[in-house]
Ligand binder design. Sequence first.
Ligand code: ADP
Length: 476
Amino acid sequence: MEMKRVLSVASECVPLVKTGGLADVVGALPAALAAQGWQMRVLIPAYRPLRAQIADWPEVFAEEDLFGGRGAVKAGDVAGVPMLLLDAPHLYDREGGPYNSGGVDWPDNPQRFAALSWIAARIAREGLADGWRPQVLHAHDWQAGYAPTYLAFGGPRDVATVMTIHNIAFQGWADAPMLGTLRLPAHEFHPASLEYYGGLSSLKAGLVTADKITTVSPSYAAELMRPEFGMGLEGVIAARAADVQGILNGVDEGVWSPEAEAVPYTSRRMKGKAANRAALCEEFGLDVPGPLAIVVSRMTDQKGIDLLPQVLPDFIAGGGGLAILGSGDPALESAMLDLVRRYPGRVALRLGYDEALSHRMFAGGDAVLVPSRFEPCGLTQLYGLRYGTVPVVAAVGGLADTVIHANPAALAADVATGITFHPTDAPAFAQALRQLLALHAQPAVWARLVRHAMAQPVGWEGSAAAYAQLYDGILR
Ligand code: ADP
């Protein structure tokens, strides 16, 4: 069968470069979509650490003056994914991260990522030297926002476009006088098009020019049209409501599998989970008679970690315990340290980023706490489902879409997979933890809850089918 073709444009992609969940999604989609008849090529910048790796790759596209220097697109396979790397040393060959150095954003970020978008739009129109040309251009977040824009403003086109929002907080701001530098048409600088609060936003540009808009969960898609979540773009997104869709992220079920942990287990043979729990308690120096909860999270206001000091005393008194892994805001880190001091043997903390430890925590924990204030999709609740580590989550965004609350009806119908609470505040969170204690104290009920959580599909198949259907619907 002839494969249909999509060009995915982003600033990160695993395993080459990652600062957040965006890279996981961009890296996972090509394999998932191949099963749906779509060949996806991924275009990212050739940052300094990637340049040695692509030295021998063939050049398949070039522009002599790409925002102040030569830009060459090189093609190669990485872990089975057909990659396109934009090598433009004047933009990307720098010491530091993709977006900043020493915590300070590169001042020419607007040009750096406009260049990526510009090349993507040209590839969509002209095709690569090897004859490949996409039918769909899929742009991810602000870094790729101008890709649909350049294509839309460049005359009649036969390539359809999709703009995906992974994180609305970053909007690709530039001052209005940058318009010409960014190769944008002056007559488009008005509120219905490129103008954004007196300046420019590459994300807004993508949102007004792409054929379709997606974000990473249905609930978040609806939330983004409200001021509390839209961060200034709510009006833009609401105006395009008919073209907005939420498609959940998946997780790699090979990597996140209880059968691949230190003591393997399945929903039918749960003995291994008890062994993993004992090992985790030993590793953390915990002795917990009731449910052992875990938190694996960036420590920021978004994640609601600041509520823990208010809700933990009752949970601990009820027999619960907590193992925390994370880092971030120093005030939150020290609040967690206080909890450890207050409840030795019941609360433990590891500061830092440690993926191997996070696996051991999901394998050994009884429940995972995710009290986020907003959550576009969220991954840790999906790991929790897969590992039978019951998710206790705030009912926002992707958390609301993936966890079925254990109310009496859902329990009776045998469909509950976790505990949800709303709003994200201490009283609601405390109530959820009381329910966690109560459910855990009923072994038969708890076992059914765990079994149902583990039966929930959390892989990429469903999401890939949704993206494929979206692409098919907009083919020109
Ligand atoms: P966000 O992208 O907002 O941080 P997600 O839940 O979508 O939230 O994704 C977070 C990812 O980062 C998950 O895979 C989670 O397990 C991982 N993670 C977060 N903090 C840590 C940490 N300290 N150590 C290991 N993994 C972490």
